[in-house]
Each structure stands twice: as structure tokens, then as C-alpha cells.
Design a protein around this ligand. Structure first.
Ligand SMILES: *Cc1c(COP(=O)(O)O)cnc(C)c1O
Ligand code: SF4
Length: 345
């Protein structure tokens, strides 16, 4: 018999306190990691557009003094974010690269914050809050204020699900759904599970990675005792993200009938080499997590410096196929607006 997780209230306050202590000042990040001062003006400028945010737990996995650390590069605002792109041939000025909504989220919104792009499953943009701000995030310009599918708009969300008996899976995505308090999540999952045709609850989250305390001190009864199938898709890009604290946290979910998967984004100078991707797959397996998707970067404004060509991506996948068992090779995909599923590359 599975015993329930019932940590103390003190415990749940613990992760919230840790979340509140996330670093958001570029000068603090640069001081704590002993990085070159020259990075500060660009970081300050770009953080005004999309704020810096990183937990202290994630920061502790970075190498001090190394501006090229693969974890740091995911969160450090750079000057190149706002002047990125190929110079315009006529005037030599940087051209705008990418789009504010590269995956066509606003066109796919069936109800506020509810995206119905694919058959049988809907995705809820659960909250604006994340524990970490990834500079390549394709939802960094998302109009979160108008979409609150689990808050004030919850009745509309439930009504939509009720009216669509062909929907069998609800995906809570981000912003990060695990930044919502357990009490609130318990209420929501209770309501979702009373819709008979819903079979599966999927959670797309980075919290267990960047704030392992979320699982270690959370009150997760809603997650481990729902009648729904539970699939958790984590977001880990580099093997250095997996440390002992994360292993312990993910251990809380093992043996509880939760399918654990991972999605990564292919990122220039972060994980665009076969050794990193292969090591990541091995480390995931050791935690009971299987690689699911490797995403081609969505071309969101501000993220040009992360782009890896499709040719390079295909070559990396080829090397992974040669050196790994098939189940450790993620599907290399791209999201193309208007398609019926993610497109395999
Ligand atoms: C990516 C995505 C999904 C999930 O697609 P899977 O291929 O099932 O992982 C569902 N809905 C939306 C809107 C998505 O962007
Ligand atoms: S939604 Fe995901 S990718 Fe975007 S900032 Fe939050 S954790 Fe990062």
C-alpha cells in the first residue's frame, strides 16, 4: 500500500520562502557568481524587458567565475537579446528576429488561457509565475493578464471541457503550474477529475528541477491520489541540472504510478553537443525519467543567440542514435503553427 505524503505545513511554507528568495537583480547575480562587471549594463537593460529570475538552488549548480556556464546561459540577460539578428542589408542596423508569439498561441485560445491545438488534449496556461525565467522562453511575451484559466476563468475552462467529450487529457503548462499552492491545485484537480471523460492529467513543470523543495516540502496528495493518469514532463536541458537535491526530490514521486518524462530545448553553446545530450539521457534514466522531446528553438523575439541550425540538430540526433539505446533518444521536433501535432524533424 502506498502511504500518503503528508508533510507539515511548515514544509510547504519552506518552498514558498525559498521561491521568494529567488535572485532577480542582475548586480546580485554577477556579484554572487563573481562574473565580469562588463556583463552588467546589458543584463540590466535586457532584464527590463523580461526580468531576470533564478532560484538559489539552481544558482548553486553553476560554476563561479564562468560566464559560459551552461546553466547560467539559460538565465543571464544579455545585451545581444535586444540587438539580435542579422544586420539589415540596406541600413546595416540589426533587424528584428523572431516573433512575439512564434507558435500561434493567441490564435489557438479556445477559452481564456486554454489552448486547443491538438486532438484529444488541451493545454492550460496555468499561471504567469515561474521559479526561473528562461531567456529562450517562447511564452515570455504571452498576455498572461487576460488569461487565467485556473483562476477567475475556471468556470469557463470547466464548461469548455464539459462540452468536449473528445478531450481526454488536460495539460497544465506554463508559467509553471507547480508555482500554484497545493491547496488550490487540490481544488482544481478535484473539479477536473469529476469530468468523466478526462483520463489523464499532464503537468509540464520546471519547478522540481530549479526548486527541488517544491516536491520535498510540498503537500502532494492531490498529485499522488487522483483517479487520473498522471504524466509529469520535466524541463531539463543540461546534465549539470541534475544534482543530489533533484534526485531526492524526484524520489518522492517514484513508485506512485506517475510517468516521468523530460523535454529539452536545443540551445546554442548550452547543449548543442552530443556528449552533453548523451550524458543528460543517462542521468535522466538513473532518475527514472525518459527523454521525450528535444525541441527546435521557437523563434521568439530576443532569443536569436540560442538558435542551432536544423542540420546540426539532425546530426546530433544521429550521434545519439548510434551511442544510445532507442529509448534514450528524444524525438527531435518543432512546433509549426497550424499543424495537428509537433512536427518531427
Ligand atoms: C505541445 C502541445 C501539446 C502537447 O503535445 P504532445 O505532442 O501531446 O506532447 C498540447 N497542446 C498544445 C497547445 C501544445 O503546444
Ligand atoms: S514557462 Fe518554462 S521555459 Fe518559460 S520561463 Fe517558465 S520555466 Fe522557463
Amino acid at each position: 500500500m502506498i502511504t500518503k505524503i503528508t508533510p507539515s505545513v511548515q514544509g510547504s511554507e519552506h518552498w514558498q520562502r525559498e521561491l521568494a528568495q529567488a535572485i532577480h537583480k542582475p548586480e546580485e547575480l554577477i556579484r554572487v557568481l563573481q562574473l565580469p562587471e562588463a556583463l552588467l549594463p546589458g543584463a540590466t537593460w535586457s532584464a527590463r524587458r523580461f526580468p531576470l529570475r533564478v532560484t538559489r538552488s539552481f544558482l548553486a549548480r553553476m560554476e563561479p567565475g564562468n560566464p559560459n556556464d551552461p546553466l547560467l546561459r539559460q538565465v543571464l540577460p544579455l545585451a545581444s537579446e535586444h540587438d539580435a539578428g542579422e544586420p539589415d542589408k540596406t541600413n546595416g542596423l540589426p533587424s528584428e528576429w523572431g516573433q512575439l508569439d512564434p507558435v500561434g498561441d493567441t490564435d489557438a485560445m479556445a477559452s481564456p488561457g486554454l489552448l486547443h491545438k491538438y486532438q484529444g488534449r488541451v493545454l492550460l496556461v496555468s499561471t504567469a509565475a515561474c521559479a526561473i525565467h528562461c531567456r529562450y522562453c517562447f511564452r515570455q511575451h504571452f498576455p498572461y493578464q487576460q488569461a487565467n484559466p485556473l483562476g477567475t476563468q475556471l468556470p469557463a475552462t470547466l464548461a469548455y471541457l464539459d462540452q468536449h467529450p473528445d478531450i481526454h487529457e488536460v495539460i497544465l503548462s506554463g508559467g509553471d503550474p507547480l508555482s500554484i499552492h497545493d491547496k488550490k491545485l487540490a481544488q482544481i484537480i478535484n473539479q477536473l477529475s469529476s469530468i468523466a471523460h478526462l483520463k489523464t492529467l499532464r503537468i509540464h513543470t520546471r519547478l522540481p528541477v530549479v526548486l527541488p523543495q517544491r516536491l520535498l516540502s510540498g503537500q502532494l496528495d492531490w498529485l499522488v491520489s487522483t483517479r487520473l493518469n498522471v504524466v509529469m514532463v520535466l524541463h531539463i536541458n543540461h546534465p549539470n541540472e541534475i544534482n543530489d537535491e533533484f534526485r531526492q526530490a524526484i524520489g518522492c514521486l517514484q513508485g506512485r504510478n506517475i510517468t516521468l518524462l523530460n523535454q529539452s530545448v536545443l540551445l546554442k553553446d548550452i547543449n548543442d553537443d552530443a556528449d552533453s545530450l548523451i550524458e543528460l539521457s543517462h542521468k535522466l534514466l538513473a532518475c527514472g525519467i525518459l527523454p521525450y522531446y528535444l525541441h527546435q528553438l521557437d523563434q521568439v523575439t530576443g532569443a536569436a543567440h540560442f538558435e542551432v541550425s536544423e542540420d546540426t540538430g539532425l546530426e546530433l540526433i544521429q550521434q545519439m542514435r548510434q551511442r544510445l539505446p532507442g529509448y534514450l533518444v528524444p524525438k527531435y521536433v518543432q512546433e509549426i503553427p497550424g499543424q495537428a501535432a509537433k512536427t518531427p524533424l
